[in-house]
Ligand binder design. Sequence first.
Ligand code: TPP
Length: 228
Amino acid sequence: MPIDVGIVTDVGEALLALNRAVADTPFTAPLNWKETVLGKRREPNSHEEQDTHAEGRMHPYHAMKARFTSLEPGSIISIDGGETGSWANDLTESANPHLTFFSAGYIGMLSNGWGYSLGAAIADLTRLVINIQGDGSAGFQIGELDTSKASYRAVADAFGMPAAKVSEIDFINPTVRSFLAMQGPVMLELIVSDKITHPGTAAMIGNTSDPNTIVVPYYDNVPRPYYK
Ligand SMILES: Cc1ncc(C[n+]2csc(CCOP(=O)(O)OP(=O)(O)O)c2C)c(N)n1
């Protein structure tokens, strides 16, 4: 966008200053404009009258509304996704939330919702945190659901891909051979030891057990600061 007046500053400070300046100006928005704009919020949502289903599947508006109205007031809602996000944005008031945030805005960044929700849950332990997530968006960072015990075979299975989890060397050959007889992509999950480190990794991260050293992969290790 073309810039008329460029300002380099802290955003918060700038907004506070602008608000102070606006309060001093004689300008007031025309009353009819205010009424029109505020009146829009009171207009019934046009989807309200539509059928709850389309060709046997739930209408996204009604599904989202049922989801939000089943919450107690006061939760934190993270919104992530394309249209999914738009339906959720339209309906957040029906959840009566403490706050909402939209993690996939104008410049993209789909799939931050998982991480942002985790952050919100840690920041405020007293509130329920909901992440509304489109399936396409979910695919970018679905690994956020991972735990050290995650079964990738189960993940592939859930996406409809034939998969096997093998923990013994003798089973690898027969499993691979059975996969070769199949059409399309398959997935083999091999459970190997986490007690053996490749020397290349050790060289990169600096092989140390010194508790006063912070290991920085790819760079030099650094001493732990005295105040930690
Ligand atoms: C990292 C990133 N890549 C691509 C996009 C562009 N984009 C915006 S919405 C969208 C589709 C998201 O699909 P889904 O979350 O399933 O929502 P739906 O629109 O299907 O409800 C894409 C690819 C983006 N915003 N961010």
